[in-house]
Ligand binder design. Sequence first.
Ligand code: CMP
Length: 142
Amino acid sequence: MPMEQTLTIIKPHAIKDNKATAILSMITEAGFRFAALKMIRLSSFRAGEFYADHTGKSFCEHLVKMMSSGPIIVAILAKENAVSDLRQLVGKTDPEKAEPGTIRKIFGRSMRENAIHASDSIDNARKECSFFFSDMERFRVE
Ligand code: CMP
């Protein structure tokens, strides 16, 4: 199976809860390798751009405010079958409905504050990785 890349974001509340290293450990223990990694703070404008597909939805305003409320950690993760394997490790959007042992089950507070983002398709992973990282910030993972 070919190596795939996907994007993850550790959300501001998980960083405030000091859970970033625990989450990153779960990710690396599941066999993902880093092609890129950084800590940044999004402006509300950039958060709105990233979540443009949710514009107009009832939760969008809160989502943009929350995602720009403090630092986030963004990473490009590499692995065979990375997109769907990460979605499985992350769990369902609502932490209450997520399977035991998933990142959202363990670290999520609510549907709105669900600890982590994971790209939902190979096409979106490609777009989301380019949204956050320039070519110079990305590394080849064999
Ligand atoms: P994420 O994977 O970052 O993608 C969009 C985010 O919107 C999602 O995680 C949730 O945090 C949030 N979200 C999605 N659906 C809802 C909803 N019905 N109510 C509140 N927040 C939601």
